[in-house]
Design a protein around this ligand. Structure first.
Ligand code: TMP
Length: 211
């Protein structure tokens, strides 16, 4: 059987990831593909427990290396228990964030040297890299306005200042410019139907390339 494909979706807070992830899943299912939707940090029972620790504002002063290692601990579990088995079965794995988020948040956001993240990426993932990364992009001010309109209290990352998210966004855009074969940038400032038609267009063209 042909191995599956690994698709990741990235972007700063407020880009509309949840709604658009559901759209991506449904679009692929309409093409008769078997889709497994998951997220990071999380995706497994252990990973979701690590996610709770990582997002909990009580751990506001968590050391940067602790945060980095917990992200990769959750990822190691996710790859072993869910991602690799699903890809081996031939499924399309659609993941809400992956290692680009580590480069953006822990690297550019928190100042972890890129080489340290690369070391962990190679160790934990071996050769596993996303086949396609959809970057939902919008200006930080717009993302923050959208998040401010949500109910519920802000998690440990959402409590960061605008300049943190500016570094995160700049890092995502720099990575996309560096790997144009893997990344597709979606303009998330547009109204939802337009964002979804951009997604449908990108997915149709990419699936065509795969066949
Ligand atoms: P989410 O709320 O968008 O699902 O993501 C949870 C938070 O985790 C989000 O603020 C980004 C952050 N994150 C990192 O800092 N590094 C990572 O490697 C991942 C996967 C997420």
């Amino acid at each position: 059987m042909r191995a599956g494909r690994f698709i990741t979706v990235e972007g700063i807070e407020g880009v509309g990831k949840s709604t658009n992830l559901r759209f991506v899943k449904e679009y692929l299912e309409q093409q008769d593909l078997d889709v497994v939707m998951t997220r990071e940090p999380g995706g497994t029972t252990l990973g979701e427990s690590l996610r709770s620790l990582l997002l909990d504002p009580h751990h506001k002063d968590m050391a940067v290396d602790t945060e980095l290692l917990l992200m990769f601990a959750a990822r190691a579990e996710h790859i072993a228990a869910l991602i690799r088995p699903a890809l081996t079965r031939g499924s399309y794995v659609v993941c809400d964030r992956f290692t680009d988020a580590t480069y953006a948040y822990q690297g550019a956001g928190r100042g972890v040297p890129e080489e340290r993240i690369t070391l962990l990426e190679d160790w934990v993932q071996g050769g596993l890299r996303p086949d396609l990364t959809l970057l939902l992009d919008l200006p930080v001010t717009v993302g923050r306005e959208r998040v401010a309109g949500r109910l519920g209290s802000a998690d440990r990352f959402e409590q960061e200042e605008a300049d943190f998210f500016q570094r995160v966004r700049d890092c995502y855009l720099a990575r996309a410019a560096h790997e144009p074969g893997r990344f597709r940038i979606i303009d998330a400032t547009r109204p939802l139907p337009e964002v979804q038609s951009q997604l449908a267009e990108v997915l149709a063209a990419w699936l065509e390339e795969q066949s």
